[in-house]
Design a protein around this ligand. Structure first.
Ligand code: PEP
Ligand code: MN
Length: 477
């Protein structure tokens, strides 16, 4: 089918991996009609601005941070959790911007990251076989609530809305101001060296901003380079974009709207005076990615993804053949648009050296413009001796450093990182204990202390800042 024939329902004629079977189809249809009538969560101008910013990442003028929870839950949609997550994303990007002198494009796995692909359809709980938990927008974590309920899609819409509303509130009321980076919660960082390093950055930044104000400059490098993309141009304000895995196509279709491309983009891309063409925008998030389990060339997900105007991510793992990757790029980006495709690689420490160079070479030879991002989490999951799903900080760092090295050896460049992390604290102000190691040297015995993820294990605040310093030092040298 030609791109011009694409409609949001085109995917329905293809096979959808990981699809959900609802007991009552009429109920599902009613919910989807309601979702279709609800307002968009994000706008075409924001989506276009992100496309533009990603094209800067592709040109090595910015770095991409994609991070957040493996899966959000409805219960975790609270003021504290959202602020902690936004605070960590901002702290992480501050370290990078300051250390590497590179603007950071921030995309949260937030405000819609509810659905999870799973390797098995069922699990045994006690002596019962129940459907596996597929994420809060499908069924409940409680074994008695495992039947898929379409009302959860509506609930997902409203929880996404509440989350996004709080993020927008935080970003426009000074929380993200570069003048007060210490408000982004450092109080609980227990490692003195980590704290000192971060304090030194905040102090240096404050001095630099004071100096800038004194000599009367109105904009920093970050804002200046984004202005062409319609950035706000206010010193100290930050952009934070939202993303989720585009897994449940019924919902994604219902949130897909046909809108004119905003004016500022048209004047950049087309002749002034041409009537504004319309495109299909997925208005549930700025950025969507297709997972490693749903990226079949002839499958429903790729069919859906090829038609939307949003910038997209594709997970790339060891099972991806090099020619398959190029065919995939031909399908989703036939015009070779800049900033459109981000490849999120996740091989695992033992496989990266075999696969990444081959993938880089194939993409280079194809001429496709892409952004390369390292996800050092998903290929490195293991089960601890106490039966908890975990990841070792050292292994995560090894995949990341191998990735940086391989890109440079292949004449390519790593454009960003994709992490599962959380700034969440318990009531006493302690971070979660889900990944082993890091500057706090978390041991196997300590894993059970504050293991809060109901999906994949996440880096905690301190471990995340450790990663930020590592990447920042790499680009600084
Ligand atoms: C994820 O990002 O949480 C995930 C499931 O990743 P992948 O599709 O790469 O396994
Ligand atoms: Mn995950």
């Amino acid at each position: 089918m030609e791109a011009g024939d694409w409609v949001p329902t085109s995917w329905r004629s293809k096979e959808a991996a990981q699809s959900v079977k609802y007991p009552d189809e009429a109920h599902l249809a009613k919910v989807l009609d309601k979702v279709k009538a609800l307002p968009p969560l994000v706008t075409p101008s924001e989506i276009e601005r992100l496309r533009h910013q990603l094209s800067l990442v592709q040109k090595n003028e910015a770095f991409l941070l994609h991070a957040g929870d493996c899966a959000e839950s409805f219960a975790a949609c609270t003021q504290e959790n959202i602020s902690a997550k936004v605070g960590l994303i901002l702290s992480f990007s501050l370290i990078l911007t300051w250390g590497a002198r590179l603007p950071v494009v921030r995309i949260g796995r937030i405000a819609g990251q509810y659905a999870k692909p799973r390797s098995s359809a069922t699990e045994k709980i006690g002596d019962r076989d129940v459907m596996i938990f597929r994420g809060d927008n499908v069924n409940g974590f409680n074994p008695d609530e495992r039947t898929p309920d379409p009302e959860r899609l509506l609930s997902a819409y409203f929880h996404s809305t509440a989350t996004l509303n709080h993020i927008r509130g935080l970003l426009t009321s000074g929380f993200a101001s570069l003048h007060h980076p210490r408000d982004w919660s450092l109080l609980h960082v227990r490692s003195p060296s980590l704290r000192d390093e971060y304090e030194a950055i905040s102090q240096g930044l404050s001095d630099a901003l004071d100096f800038t104000r004194t000599i009367g400059l109105a904009a920093g490098r970050e804002t200046q380079s984004y202005e062409r993309g319609g950035g706000r141009g206010v010193l100290g304000e930050a952009d934070l974009y939202t993303s989720h895995e585009g897994l449940l196509l019924d919902y994604e279709e219902a949130m897909t709207r046909f809108y004119p491309i905003p004016d500022s983009t048209i004047s950049r891309e087309l002749q002034v005076g041409t009537p504004a063409p319309k495109k299909y925008y997925n208005t549930s998030a700025h950025f969507l990615w297709v997972g490693d389990r749903t990226r079949q060339l002839d499958g429903a997900h790729i069919e859906y993804f090829r038609g939307i105007r949003n910038p997209i991510g594709i997970k790339v793992g060891p099972s991806m053949a090099a020619d398959e990757l190029v065919r995939l790029l031909d399908i989703v980006n036939p015009e070779h648009d800049n900033g459109r495709v981000t490849l999120i690689t996740r091989y695992g420490i033992n496989k990266i050296a075999t696969h990444l160079p081959v993938h880089i070479k194939a993409v280079q030879e194809s001429g496709h413009p892409v952004i390369w991002v390292c996800d050092p989490m998903h290929g490195n999951t293991l089960t601890s001796s106490t039966g908890l799903k975990t990841r070792h900080f050292g292994t995560i760092i090894s995949e990341l450093t191998s990735c940086l090295r391989i890109h440079s050896e292949c004449g390519s460049r790593l454009g960003g990182v994709s992490l599962e992390f959380t700034g969440e604290l318990n009531e006493e102000g302690y971070s979660v204990t889900e990944c082993l190691g890091g500057s706090m040297e978390l041991s196997e015995e300590q894993l059970g202390l504050r293991y809060q993820s109901f999906c994949d294990p996440r880096l905690n605040f301190e471990q995340s800042l450790d990663v930020a310093f590592l990447v920042s030092n790499y680009f600084n040298n």
